[in-house]
Design a protein around this ligand. Structure first.
Ligand code: CMC
Length: 428
């Protein structure tokens, strides 16, 4: 029997259906609330208790530390799949057959050219510009070179737009890094796989033979998979809400990138390394920084700690921590910052403040350490996150459009001035 929630306001009772997800999650369906109650609304800053949609893409259980894409566990995907397979899975709902995967790969390669005029736009940015701002702008600029809106009822048009952005985004990401380093811009090598090509586009030098490194590719592949989707987080919700106005895919993705950039979201990976470096430069006194994080009069937060949904552990952080140790070991790198990170995590995990608030290391806590070991500059860390999250954003945008969701438009409770008459400037 279906469940019902009853709400009582001033003695009047209202009933709302409770919907149940495939993992037994319950949600009170308040679609009729305002109509039934004559305009009563809900208030939930930060949407801590509000579901914005029904989605079949990613399942997350924050208490049990479960993360699954389309039903497959993140642990298994990180271990056994490659990034392109995961991208296909997220976007189209099923793991691709060998033939489907080969076609997907070759269709992406076919679109890997970026208009030469895009280089002029890139050239307009100062070298000091943050890569996330540049990449978001370039993604938006792509619209001018690929005009025309996508007919979402046409599977072919949807597919073409998806393939286009998956192909061009890594080129743009690599260009943002190369521009900062004054390296020539190129288009990579279509004989390579998606991740290998990305690496080559970022690191190939004009005067030096490029050396492939399977270990590096595998680490990168795993990191991209771990970041590929995370249900209705800040950037994904941004992509969905912007897309809900029927703005195009590229415009919605560009907005998502701006949301990801913030230090409370994807920008945390850069902030973590900067924090760990600062602690190292300050003598490595982790206790001092734990005390700062606990001090309510100090704005300092332990970056890479805490999560809106995970209240036990972040399964991605567990995989990344292990991977960071392996990558550093295999590459023969000793990074004192990893020791500081481990020390900080140990103290925090035993500290009552963090235990009580269920604050654990999140995905960003260790990822920067691997990126650093792979030679990726700190300011590019959030770009790496965006490269991984791209298929998730696409999948969520596609789902939202195909479900014909209404335009996103939250309500508010007005707490400003009541009506007052206008006063002319000379009388104020
Ligand atoms: N350091 C110190 N205290 C913290 C931290 C932290 N990193 N995170 C949360 N708290 C405290 C917070 O002060 C509050 O304490 P009290 O109850 O006494 O007021 C309590 O824990 C709950 O925090 P909140 O800010 O209400 O929780 P939230 O769900 O709104 O925020 C968060 C989640 C991830 C924004 C937050 O934990 C945070 O700012 N963490 C640091 C930034 C970070 O690592 N972000 C990456 C998130 S994972 C990847 C991603 O989403 O991109």
């Amino acid at each position: 029997m279906s469940k019902i929630a009853t709400l009582e306001i001033d003695g009047n009772k209202y009933e709302f259906p409770i919907i149940e997800g495939t993992e037994k999650e319950l949600g009170i369906d308040i679609k009729t609330l305002r109509g039934a109650t004559g305009g009563v609304t809900t208030i939930d800053p930060g949407y801590k208790n509000t579901g914005s949609c029904e989605s079949g893409i990613t399942f997350l259980d924050g208490e049990k530390g479960i993360l699954r894409y389309r039903g497959y566990s993140i642990e298994e995907l990180a271990e056994k799949a490659d990034f392109l397979e995961v991208a296909y899975l997220l976007i189209f709902g099923e793991l691709p057959t060998k033939v489907e995967l080969e076609k997907f790969d070759s269709d992406i390669k076919e679109e890997s050219h970026v208009d030469e005029d895009m280089k002029k736009i890139l050239d307009g940015f100062p070298k000091s510009a943050h890569p996330m701002g540049v990449l978001s702008s370039l993604t938006s600029a792509l619209i001018a070179f690929n005009p025309g809106s996508v007919d979402v009822d046409s599977e072919e048009e949807m597919y073409n737009a998806i393939v286009k952005i998956l192909a061009k985004f890594p080129v743009l990401a690599a260009w943002t890094m190369r521009k900062r380093k004054s390296l020539p811009l190129d288009y990579g090598d279509n004989s390579l796989g998606y991740v290998e090509n990305l690496h080559k586009m970022m690191f190939a030098r004009p005067n030096k033979a490029y050396e492939p490194n399977k270990l590096v590719y595998d680490a990168l592949d795993k990191l991209l998979i771990l970041h590929a989707d995370h249900e209705q987080n800040c950037s994904t919700s941004t992509v969905r809400i912007v897309g809900s106005s029927h703005a195009g895919l590229f415009a919605s993705l560009s907005a998502g990138m701006s949301a990801l950039w913030g230090p409370l979201h994807g920008g945390a990976n850069q902030a973590v390394i900067e924090m760990l470096e600062a602690i190292k430069a300050d003598g490595g006194d982790t206790a001092k920084y734990i005390a700062k994080a606990k001090d309510k009069s100090d704005p300092f937060r332990l970056m890479g700690f805490g999560h809106r949904v995970y209240k036990n552990f972040d399964p991605r952080a567990n995989i990344i921590k292990k991977s960071a140790e392996e990558v550093l070991g295999d590459l023969g790198i000793e990074d004192p910052v990893l020791d500081i990170a481990k020390g900080l995590a140990k103290v925090a995990l035993e500290d009552e403040y963090f235990v009580k608030r269920k604050l654990y290391p999140n995905v960003d806590f260790y990822s920067g350490i691997i990126y650093r070991a792979l030679g990726i500059p700190t300011e590019m860390f959030t770009v790496m996150f965006a490269l991984g999250r791209l298929p998730g954003w696409i999948a969520q945008w596609k789902e939202m459009r195909l479900r014909k969701e209404p335009i996103g438009r939250p309500r508010q409770i007005y707490v400003g001035e009541n009506y007052r008459p206008f006063v002319k400037v000379e009388n104020r």
